[in-house]
Design a protein around this ligand. Structure first.
Ligand code: ATP
Length: 446
């Protein structure tokens, strides 16, 4: 993209904004005039305006007291407001659903590499100088007279044109190693290249133990964001190429099979979404499971701890191991004939694990097994909505004393329902009586 003249650039930037947002930005710009503060739209949203990509994450920054200004805007528009004093930022939620972040222009100093910086108010130029890459160190002024004026002190437009990711200074990755992952994220998302000195600096930083010093939640955030990109397969391959996967665990097995499996995830996700649109999948977790699919349980457990995954996420990732292989073997075997057998193999798995199962089979490139598995997954998703008419209370009423038999009998009833052997409540009762009378249960019913 050639650097545009200021006037046509203003028109370009403002025309790209949806009318509703443009109106709001002009209004808050006028409010900033009244308050005597300079106001800017800043960072990724401006980058994406220049790239003609949709992104309405409205990041605003005020040369002055950002929080006070945010309060004013919140009052004026009856927007919800959350204030983060430590970072001099506030988040607004407008009644129509629009979100906006308002910050104070600031300088950051890193007392220690890889830790969060301390912040002090500063000019917009200084604020831009603390940003990660030239393409993100851009701002658009919102005050009425200067509305649409682009601030680009580090050649962000030039680098967008050259399709390049470039850090602003040599210590950038050291200050904040999350930028290593951000660099890959933007590189892959836009199909850009890392500028030559930037690659060298990134490799240098990656060769140290800086990333180890990142807190679990910060590392997790970056990894999950990468895995949430439109094409995580390329981003993960790039992590592998740059030897960054060792920061998940130094013994993570990134074998050919794992690569094939990661590469198969998008296909599995597409099939799943088409078949089961109501099942919302935590996609990054599926990639993480695929990535750790050939690593032992101890490695996976340590990775889960390192990434500070939530209990729910950890549970999902944890089930990815051997049980998946066993289930897959049985489910791609014609001998596993009864629907209830398939049900029992799958019942403990989260939907993410089911997608993983599918991805694993896709990666094996065996059509017959894959078709069989798909049919069984479809049947399973239907069967798992089936419930027994009888409950534990009914069994109690039949005279069964409390004990583990409750579960066994209810499971047998459900299996029989799933297999179509019984269809009505009366059938269930009859079967329950037969089961109750059998073997050891006989002396426990009154
Ligand atoms: P995305 O499109 O993925 O949301 P973004 O560029 O909008 O990307 P955010 O994480 O929302 O990224 O951050 C907004 C802006 O804040 C960035 O454009 C960048 O200017 C700045 N920024 C974010 N993270 C960092 C960082 N680690 N170091 C320096 N600047 C950062």
């Amino acid at each position: 993209m050639c650097a545009m003249r200021n006037q046509s650039l203003r028109a370009h930037l403002t025309q790209r904004l949806p009318k509703k947002i443009l109106r709001l930005l002009r209004q808050v710009g006028a409010l900033a005039d009244k308050q005597g503060v300079a106001l800017y739209l800043v960072g990724g949203v401006v980058r994406d305006l220049l790239l003609k990509r949709e992104n309405w994450d409205l990041d605003l920054t005020v040369e002055g007291d950002g929080i006070a200004f945010a309060r004013l805007v919140a009052d004026r528009y009856r927007a919800g407001l959350a204030v983060f004093e430590r970072f001099a930022t506030a988040r607004l939620a407008f009644p129509d659903g629009l979100k906006m972040d308002i910050a104070t222009t600031r300088r950051e100093s890193y007392a220690q590499p890889a830790l969060l910086p301390t912040v002090q108010p500063a000019s917009i130029e200084e604020d831009l100088s603390r940003r990660d890459f030239t393409i993100n160190a851009v701002a658009m002024q919102l005050n009425s007279l200067q509305f649409g004026r682009l601030l680009d002190p580090y050649g962000g437009q030039r680098d967008l044109g050259a399709r390049m990711i470039r850090v602003l200074h040599a210590g950038s990755f050291q200050d904040d190693p999350t930028r290593i992952f951000r660099a890959i994220r933007f590189e892959q998302r836009f199909g850009f290249r890392l500028e030559r000195a930037t690659v060298r600096l990134l490799a240098q930083a990656a060769a140290t133990n800086l990333i180890q010093q990142l807190s679990g939640p910060r590392l997790k955030n970056e990894i999950l964001l990468l895995c949430a990109e439109h094409d995580p397969v390329r981003a993960i391959a790039r992590l592998g190429q740059l030897k960054l996967l060792r920061f998940l665990h130094r013994r993570l097995c990134y074998t050919k099979n794992v690569k094939r499996m990661v590469a198969a995830v998008p296909k599995a996700l597409v099939w799943w979404a088409r078949r089961f649109p109501d099942s919302a999948i935590d996609r990054p977790i599926v990639y993480l499971m695929a990535l750790s699919s050939e690593s032992g349980p101890a490695v996976v457990a340590t990775m889960i701890r390192r990434l500070a995954l939530s209990r729910e996420q950890a549970k999902r990732v944890n089930t990815g191991g051997r049980r998946v292989d066993y289930a897959l073997k049985r489910l791609t075997d014609k001998g596993t004939a009864r629907p209830s057998q398939a049900y029992r193999l799958l019942a403990d798995f989260s939907d993410e694990v089911l997608v993983l199962l599918l991805a694993k089979q896709v990666s094996k490139q065996q059509r017959v097994g894959l078709n069989l598995l798909k049919r069984r997954l479809v049947a399973y998703m239907k069967n798992r909505t089936i419930k027994t008419a009888l409950t534990g209370r009914d069994l109690q009423a039949m005279g069964l004393e409390p004990g583990p038999e409750y579960k066994t009998i209810l499971e047998k009833l459900l299996d029989a329902r799933i297999d179509g052997i019984i269809t009505t409540e009366a059938d269930e009762r009859a079967l329950a009586y037969r089961l109750l009378k059998k073997s050891i249960l006989v002396d426990r019913i009154s």
